[in-house]
Every structure is written in structure tokens, then in C-alpha cells.
Ligand binder design. Structure first.
Ligand code: ITT
Length: 179
């Protein structure tokens, strides 16, 4: 079976990617070596740079995942800054920012960067359209899962099995696995 090194500090991503890729004939091993996260305005640039740095550093093929939540009423915020905003504001303050508005549309995007040492990264992106819930709901998942709804249920309500059938990460990893 093919094995891929997934460079990330986020164990939740590893669990999801392992479940998704195992069904597609690929096993996943986490490496937490870290890579420079550019403060860029596009997930693609962050994923490409990270994958290239990590592949050169480790001397082998790697995959990285850069994800972001884009809220339409907030002009796409937090987007590429999702990790920083989650750590500093968190879900409750994002919900506060949206109080009073009627447009709750949002898109979750994932860009997988794959790279071999000395080469340019290949990028695979996936996205899922949804809405920001009125209140946080559900104990499953991580990060923004309790406030991101698809079809009236949050990723936090769904749990891994259901989320992994339709998520931004699933859609990006499917493209990656198919090359
Ligand atoms: P690495 O960069 O080490 O992979 P990270 O958690 O910093 O881990 P991102 O920059 O891609 O990863 O994540 C941006 C933020 O979005 C961060 O707060 C994540 O917890 C959150 N996030 C990413 N994927 C998510 C998902 O599927 N569901 C909910 N939140 C997610």
C-alpha cells in the first residue's frame, strides 16, 4: 500500500485524512516537523511553499493541508488567516460578529500540497458550501466544526464518518489520491 507523510501539527486533520485515504489505498503517517506558514492571502501559496520546504527538509515526498473558512458577509474573513483567528477570537466571537445579519453563507476550503524534494508542489483543492450556524452545536470534530453547517447540521453534529463523506478535505484528498 502506498504511504504518504503528512506534515502537520493538527492531529484531527491526520485522523480525518487517514480514514479518507485508507479507503483509497493510501496510509498516512504524521510528521510534526513544522514548516514556515507564509502569511499570504491565498491558501494555494501557503500550501505550495509549505510542501516544498517540508519535502526539502525531510528529503522525501510529503503532503500538507492548508484549510480556511470563508464567510461571505465578512468579505471572506477569516479565510487564509483561519488558524490565527481561531486561536485569538474563537467561534463565539465570530458568531457575535455575525449577529443581526441575514447572510450566513460560508465556504470551507482545503488545499492539499504534495511535493517531492527539489520539485514544485502539486496542489489539489476541495471546497464545501454551507452556512454559519446561529449558535455552536455538536461535540464532534475540531476547530470551526461546531459553527459550520451543511444541510442544517453542523460538522460538529455530524461526526467523522458523515463529515468525511462530504467535507472540503475529503474533496481535496480524493483529487490527490487520483493524482
Ligand atoms: P497545520 O497548519 O499544522 O496543518 P492548523 O490547525 O494550523 O494545522 P490550518 O492553518 O489549515 O491548520 O487551519 C486553519 C484553521 O481552521 C485552524 O484553526 C483549524 O483548526 C481550522 N480547521 C481546519 N480544518 C478544519 C475542519 O475540517 N473543520 C473545522 N476547523 C478546521
Amino acid at each position: 500500500m502506498r504511504k504518504i507523510i503528512f506534515v502537520t501539527g493538527n492531529a484531527h486533520k491526520v485522523k480525518e485524512a487517514s480514514n479518507i485515504l485508507l479507503k483509497l489505498g493510501i496510509t498516512v503517517e504524521q510528521n510534526n516537523c513544522g514548516y514556515p506558514e507564509l502569511q499570504e492571502d491565498e491558501l494555494e501559496k501557503i500550501a505550495a511553499y509549505g510542501a516544498e520546504c517540508a519535502a526539502d527538509h525531510l528529503g522525501g515526498e510529503v503532503m500538507v493541508d492548508d484549510s480556511g473558512l470563508f464567510i461571505r458577509a465578512l468579505g471572506g474573513f477569516p479565510g487564509p488567516y483561519s488558524a490565527y483567528v481561531f486561536d485569538t477570537l474563537g467561534n463565539e466571537r465570530i458568531l457575535k460578529m455575525m449577529e443581526g445579519g441575514t447572510d450566513r453563507a460560508a465556504v470551507f476550503r482545503c488545499v492539499i500540497g504534495y511535493c517531492r524534494p527539489g520539485e514544485k508542489a502539486l496542489l489539489f483543492s476541495g471546497e464545501v458550501e454551507g452556512e454559519i450556524s446561529l449558535v455552536g452545536r455538536g461535540d464532534a470534530g475540531f476547530g470551526y466544526d461546531p459553527i459550520f453547517e451543511v444541510g442544517g447540521r453542523t460538522f460538529g453534529d455530524m461526526g467523522d464518518y458523515e463529515k468525511n463523506l462530504l467535507s472540503h478535505r475529503y474533496r481535496a484528498l480524493l483529487k490527490f489520491a487520483r493524482g
